[in-house]
Design a protein. Structure first.
Lengths: 113, 422
């Protein structure tokens, strides 16, 4: 088993009604519950929107990225999976696709070789 | 945890808390800053959603939401110099950094939240705002429905709802409507407006021609919840509010029996009365009794009494139709309208004979374009054995209604008759 990170990008639920937002949240709970039951879920965090971006040799600081951007990373999961294919299959269960969400699936590098 | 389990755990938390927070924040920021209040609510729910989906629902979800909302409110008040636009007793308290935090905190206390919602009902149902706009505004701000959901409830498009909300906000600005409690002298008039809006809201939800059952149920629930606010406050706990709540309880008690599994309408006489909610009927009786105390006697009293007659009858056949006829006669005097005449004529038919019912119906003018009128005449023809005339009437009714559920019902009546004709 290897560790994979699922990086959640974009997927804006702000136009949904409160009721629909709650339902959407329910889908995430169901997903996390499933991953926990399958003993795949190692961890995950949400990232608050806003913040700062530092760029360039002059280390220029700008505001953002902002929630409206499709490129914003909303959070991540770390999961234990057999291989990349399995991680991708699991990644397809993410509820955000209908909201324009994108999921990046990356293997976590192991140092103890 | 499945979606349904989430809803079981927290019910309609997001929607209800959206309504509560909107009321409190509007009171803090002023009715003129309604859009700022709504932004804060929106941001708060979004933050909750994005955080909770990773970490689960916190132990006290409401408190979590209020904490976030309070912080944002304080920032907004500072940023927009709200106290400058606020002409109420709290603007002073909001101006000083010492009292800003505690003031905001105090508004989020339980009894204050209720108070804010009550004021919000009166503000949204202000008589100078057109009725459809009142309902749209109430649903959006107090009930936490989205524009899309409201449009669905009224079988109209989002643009129409946006226009209604816009009109409401214009009136709020023009008339400088605020979230102050109405002065005692104007209270009766203001109550009339509020009750009428809640009545319309409930009627929308009760309308069985709407395809989406969940929306219907929500609207009825919201109307009852808001009416309960009036009941819980001594100043607004007036007999006609109690009567309206009784009426809503009686009507809502039949919800589970009104449609069959396929979504088709079940007539009152065909409903399985064991599916009627006894607790709701008991509540209805309770509020009806309360409303009878004192001198007030409104159309809500009469309508509630009529609904009570049906609720009391264990079967369709033992329904006290003479009582119902008398009540409709009274209602007609208070609220003359062809629809009330229609209902009265139907009651006459059941109380006395189909022939008398038919005659009563035929005397009514102005209902030529109403499908229910022709359907009712068709029913009496059918009872009298005149299948041919009945079918003509049912055909006419089918063409006059846009509801597929109603059409289906009428077609089944036609079919039943054609079986007999053969």
């Amino acid at each position: 088993m290897e560790k994979y990170m699922l990086i959640f990008i974009g997927g804006d639920p702000s136009h949904l009604s409160p009721e629909a937002q709650q339902a959407h949240m329910g889908k995430w709970f169901a997903w996390v519950e499933k991953l926990r039951n399958e003993k795949r879920y190692v961890g995950g965090e949400a990232l608050l929107p806003g913040g700062k971006t530092i760029k360039g040799p002059k280390k220029a600081v700008t505001d953002g990225p902002f929630a409206e951007s499709k490129e914003v990373v909303g959070g991540y999961f770390i999961l234990e999976c057999k291989n990349l294919d399995e991680a991708v299959q699991i990644g397809k269960d993410c509820p955000d696709y209908d909201l324009g969400g994108v999921v990046e699936v990356r293997e976590v590098m192991k140092f103890d070789m | 945890m499945l979606e349904q389990q989430v809803n079981q755990l927290i019910g309609h938390l997001f929607r209800h808390e959206a309504g509560k927070m909107a009321a409190v924040l509007t009171r803090l920021l002023g009715f003129q800053s309604l859009d700022l209040a709504e932004d804060i609510v929106q941001d708060t729910l979004l933050k909750a959603m994005t955080t909770w989906k990773y970490k689960g629902i916190p132990e006290n979800p409401s408190a979590w939401l209020y904490t976030v909302a309070k912080r944002k409110a304080i920032d907004t008040i500072r940023q927009h110099h709200i106290h400058e636009h606020h002409h109420s007793e709290i603007s002073y308290a909001l101006k000083s950094e010492w009292t800003l935090g505690p003031t905001v905190n105090s508004f989020f206390l339980d009894n204050e939240i209720e108070d804010s919602q009550l004021r919000m009902i009166f503000a949204c149902c202000h008589p100078s705002i057109p009725y459809e706009s009142q309902i749209a505004l109430t649903l959006k701000t107090l009930c936490g429905l989205s524009i899309k959901e409201i449009a669905n409830s009224f079988l109209t498009n989002e643009e129409t709802i946006v226009k209604r909300l816009y009109r409401a906000r214009e009136k709020i600005r023009e008339e400088k409507i605020s979230l102050e409690a109405p002065i005692p002298a104007t209270l009766p008039g203001r109550m009339d407006a509020v009750l009428h809006t809640l009545y319309l809201l409930f009627s929308e939800g009760y309308n069985s021609s709407h395809p989406n059952r969940l929306i219907r149920h929500e609207l009825c629930e919201e109307a009852m919840r808001l009416c309960l606010f009036l009941i819980n406050n001594p100043i607004t706990n007036v007999p006609r509010a109690q009567a309206l709540l009784a009426l809503m309880c009686f009507q809502a008690s039949r919800e589970d029996a009104r449609l069959d599994d396929g979504g088709s309408i079940k007539l009152l006489k065909d409903q399985d009365r064991s599916k009627w909610s006894k607790p709701l009927i008991e509540k209805g009786k309770f509020y009806l009794e309360q409303s009878a105390e004192g001198d007030e006697f409104s159309e809500y009293h009469v309508e509630a009494a009529i609904a009570g007659c049906h609720a009391r009858a264990s079967t369709f056949d033992v329904t006290n139709w003479e009582n119902i006829e008398t009540l409709y006669t009274i209602l007609l005097r208070m609220k003359p309208s062809p629809i009330v005449e229609l209902n009265r004529a139907i009651a006459i038919g059941y109380a006395h004979s189909p022939q008398e019912g038919l005659e009563a119906l035929q005397k009514i003018k102005d209902l030529e374009n109403h499908y229910l009128y022709h359907a009712a005449i068709g029913d009496f023809y059918s009872e009298l054995g005149d299948a041919k005339s009945a079918c003509l009437k049912y055909d006419l009714a089918i063409n006059l209604t846009t509801s597929n559920t109603e059409k289906k019902l009428l077609r089944s009546k036609l079919e039943a008759l054609s079986v007999i004709k053969k």
